[in-house]
Design a protein around this ligand. Structure first.
Ligand SMILES: Nc1nc2c(ncn2[C@@H]2O[C@H](COP(=O)(O)OP(=O)(O)OP(=O)(O)O)[C@@H](O)[C@H]2O)c(=O)[nH]1
Ligand SMILES: [Mg+2]
Length: 201
């Protein structure tokens, strides 16, 4: 295990009421509030974890999903390492809005290569018996819109909540490793061009 902890910023986006704050609170404090208030602006909490032998400090940014808070949440998108697009399986509209959430994130986070950015899709409230979105519907959307991982969660029952945040870390680490490799590649190129340069002197 590498000793140094890596700070990763993960952001939760999705319609008001889908359960973003509940997921964050379940994950960090292991509590669930059935009377949770709507978030105003953004809030964040940290949790340390180890994924595949790497020590990570996960900084989870929970945003207000209601449209009227758009200008309060968008300044916080920059620098995110992964974005959790969240909907509620008992709310079709929240699922249909996933594309606009992704668009808003790409615009305000100023993502240079949207096709390579790690999004993870969460279908929350799977404890509810009346579903409007099936697992297959959600998986199909994910496959057709960038091949994003899809996880079904319940903040209420604590179903798959750890798994959801761990997947976010894995996706962010995969990108991190690609960057490390390309930097390493460039370092090697630099050395080889230096050595060929020195041989001519
Ligand atoms: N049954 C069930 N209810 C949930 C679940 N997650 C959240 N809720 C409830 O859904 C309501 C909204 O949850 P929040 O976590 O406040 O939703 P939010 O996405 O943060 O909403 P905004 O802050 O307005 O963007 C609350 O009453 C929660 O108790 C879940 O997994 N199952
Ligand atoms: Mg909230």
């Amino acid at each position: 295990m590498s000793g140094k902890s890596l700070l990763l910023k993960v952001i939760l986006l999705g319609d008001g009421g889908v359960g973003k704050s509940s997921l964050m609170n379940r994950y960090v404090t292991n509590k669930f509030d059935s009377q949770a208030f709507h978030t105003i602006g953004v809030e964040f909490l940290n949790r340390d974890l180890e994924v595949d032998g790497r020590l990570v400090t996960l900084q989870i940014w929970d945003t207000a999903g209601q449209e009227r808070f758009k200008s309060l949440r968008t300044p916080f998108y920059r620098g995110a390492d992964c974005c959790l697009l969240t909907f509620s399986v008992d709310d079709r509209q929240s699922f249909e809005n996933l594309s606009s959430w992704r668009k808003e994130f790409i615009l305000y986070a100023d993502v240079k290569e949207p096709d390579r950015f790690p999004f993870v899709v969460l279908g929350n409230k799977v404890d509810k018996s009346e579903r409007e979105i099936s697992t297959v519907d959600a998986e199909t959307w994910c496959n057709e819109n960038g091949g994003y991982p899809y996880l079904e969660t319940s903040a209420k029952d604590d179903t798959n909540v750890d798994g959801a945040f761990e997947e976010a870390v894995r996706q962010a680490l995969a990108v991190e490793e690609q960057v490390e490799h390309s930097v390493l590649g460039r370092t090697i190129d630099l050395h080889s061009s230096q050595s060929s340069g020195s041989s001519c002197c």
